[in-house]
Design a protein around this ligand. Structure first.
Ligand SMILES: N[C@@H](CCC(=O)N[C@@H](CS)C(=O)NCC(=O)O)C(=O)O
Length: 213
């Protein structure tokens, strides 16, 4: 398999965590977002939305959308499972993943921040307020869900698709100044995940295209 992505992209990071938890090998194919490579003809052929990640499978299929890719990996490589056995817990894990991937991260994406700055006249303070208001409130909702379903990880005591989304969201929150100090359960789980070997392997700093310093 070949993963087209970017070291600091949250959505790519989610897929890297899933691949690492399932101990799957793959090739890295960096797409440099700061140089606009996501809008190149070659990448648009992979993903017409002009976003990363995209996963090329061993059969030559090219998959997009991080959660769809993780569900594909789950179906093709079921063990260890990233979905809880209990149906309600499984729905909770998917709900947390969706809240982070569709309610939080899209509102802090590069193209959105560029639009707010260049066409919306946002200065640094407006941007911080936006990020805390929208992605921050989605994270607050996940804190409540984790209070109900969480254990050592977001749902129960094993890493799931929800943790694949939580850790990249924390990484992005730190980069962009979202205050996470009220999210005590999420902080505890994020810290535990960061000590897990699969999450370490998937960390942005440990990627071949990482820019040091
Ligand atoms: N819903 C998509 C989101 C993908 C996405 O937003 N990717 C970002 C990086 S995390 C991107 O490619 N941004 C490029 C840009 O904004 O131009 C997924 O989960 O895969």
């Amino acid at each position: 398999m070949k993963l087209f992505g970017y070291w600091r992209s949250s959505a790519t990071y989610r897929v890297r965590i899933a691949l690492a938890l399932k101990e799957l090998d793959y090739d890295h194919a960096p797409v440099n977002l700061l140089e606009g490579e996501q809008k190149s003809e070659a990448h648009l052929a992979r993903n017409p939305l002009g976003l990363v990640p995209a996963l090329e499978t061993d059969d030559g299929a090219v998959l997009t959308q991080s959660l769809a890719i993780i569900e594909y990996l789950e179906e093709q490589f079921p063990q260890p499972s990233l979905l809880p056995a209990d149906a309600a817990a499984r729905a909770a894990a998917r709900a947390m993943a969706l809240t982070l991937a569709s309610e939080a991260q899209p509102l802090m994406n590069l193209r959105i921040q560029q639009y707010l700055k260049n066409e919306g006249g946002f200065d640094a303070d407006n941007m911080t307020a936006w990020l805390n208001r929208w992605p921050g409130s989605a994270m607050a909702a996940v804190e409540k869900q984790v209070e109900k379903y969480g254990g050592k990880f977001c749902v129960g005591d094993a890493p799931s698709i929800a943790d694949c989304c939580l850790v990249p969201q924390f990484y992005a929150a730190a980069r962009f100044g979202i205050d996470v100090s009220d999210f005590s359960k999420l902080n505890e789980i994020n810290t535990r995940c960061l000590e897990h070997p699969a999450f370490k392997k998937a960390h942005p700093d440990n990627q071949p295209d990482a820019v040091k310093g």
